[in-house]
Write a protein that binds this ligand. Structure first.
Ligand code: CDP
Length: 208
């Protein structure tokens, strides 16, 4: 059983993916963390973000079990992740790792930008989770503030829009809605309502 969840930054896909994995007793992989982990290693070692071979070498040594979300969620790491995510060879390396994860029984929920289109095109259920840019920026600002980080709504909104633009216009594996994905717009939903809608979609898809 594979559930593919895609969507833009701060759409709520990560929380939904985690909760669906617990609910359906599946493994969970936040694939954004794999791009973030490579970006963080490059930044920490003063290595360039545009050198594909260097990024591939870092990706080959990536240990999924050691990715620490609390460290990797830093804003500048997200920005760097989106910049290295345009490198085709790096994506190939990370996608192979993600596919291996997905094939481990009893199955998994993966969330990212290209899960339904590239990583798991045969997933049993595909969700594309979205929300207006303003709603997403509000959530990200609140999330940062709750962690004691400085967050200005207008600049968070600008950053999100810039990242959405880069992620959806890149030539390799751009973020897009798979033809057979269910669209879940969470602009007007709290997380509980969004979760219930997602559970209903998955449960229905399983029946068919
Ligand atoms: O949590 P947030 O949406 O801010 O970002 P993320 O999911 O951790 O992803 C960080 C960056 O990695 C994104 O902006 C994408 O450029 C890239 N990414 C990707 O290209 N493909 C994926 N499957 C996941 C993330």
């Amino acid at each position: 059983m594979i559930i593919a969840i895609d969507g833009p930054a701060a759409s709520g896909k990560g929380t939904l993916a985690r909760r669906l994995a617990t609910h359906f007793e599946l493994h969970h992989l936040d694939t954004g963390l794999t791009y973030r982990a490579v970006a963080a290693a490059l930044l920490a070692n003063g290595l360039p973000l545009g050198d594909e071979q260097v990024a591939i070498d870092v990706a080959r040594n990536l240990d999924l079990a050691k990715m620490d979300k609390s460290v990797l969620s830093a804003h500048e790491i997200g920005e760097a992740a989106s910049r290295i995510a345009v490198l085709g060879g790096l994506r190939e390396e990370l996608v192979n790792l993600q596919k291996r994860f997905a094939s481990t029984p009893p199955g998994a929920v993966l969330d990212g930008r290209d899960i339904g289109t590239v990583v798991c095109p045969d997933a049993d259920v595909k969700l594309f989770v979205t929300a207006s840019a303003e709603a997403r920026a509000r959530r990200r600002t609140d999330e940062m503030a709750s962690k004691g980080q400085e967050a200005v709504f207008a600049s968070v909104l600008d950053d999100l829009k810039r990242r959405d633009e880069r992620d959806s216009t890149r030539s390799v594996a751009p973020m897009k809605i798979a033809d057979d994905a269910h669209l879940l717009d969470t602009t007007e939903m709290d997380i509980e309502t969004a979760f219930q809608s997602a559970v209903d979609i998955v449960a229905n898809a399983r029946k068919n």
